[in-house]
Write a protein that binds this ligand. Structure first.
Ligand code: ADP
Ligand code: MG
Length: 137
């Protein structure tokens, strides 16, 4: 069993589609092992996306991720990391396959509805960033 970190980003929270996105996970055998709705501080967003600090879109990304509440989840299941990435679709919603979360709920790369860990190693780091062990079950 793997665990991965998922974030429903501010654009999707504002569109009121939290439940519809969670349904994609549950319908595909991913269990919600932990979940909370929070507002990220600038410092939270900067640390979480530190790997992108040198990218031209970094400031816009931090601005966007702090523009409203997000829902942070630990998803658990077989091949959870890869399965979540498949359900999400490509980073740019315009290139995402039909039926993926980003194709169905997002318009452009700046506001693309969801985050998902890209490897098992990063999943562990990202889960630790948001959750204490006792919050995951
Ligand atoms: P993913 O979220 O699919 O793992 P990345 O890790 O490459 O994608 O990028 C993190 C986030 O930064 C993306 O989800 C997106 O919100 C934003 N981003 C990535 N590339 C761009 C870009 N070229 N222009 C604007 N925002 C971007
Ligand atoms: Mg990424």
């Amino acid at each position: 069993m793997e665990q991965t970190l998922s974030i429903i980003k501010p654009d999707a929270v504002k569109k009121n589609v939290i439940g519809k996105i969670i349904d994609r996970f549950e319908s595909n055998n991913l269990k919600i092992a932990a979940m909370k709705k929070i507002e990220l501080s600038k410092k939270d967003a900067e640390s979480f996306y530190a790997v992108h600090a040198e990218r031209p879109f970094f400031n816009a990304l931090v601005e966007f991720m702090t523009s409203g509440a997000v829902v942070v989840m630990v998803l658990e299941g077989e091949n959870a990391v890869l399965k979540n990435r498949e359900l999400m679709g490509a980073t740019n919603p315009k290139e995402a396959e039909k039926g993926t979360i980003r194709a169905d709920f997002a318009k452009d790369i700046d506001a693309n509805a969801v985050h998902g860990s890209d490897s098992l190693e990063n999943a562990k780091i990202e889960i630790d960033f948001f959750f204490a062990n006792r919050e995951i079950s």
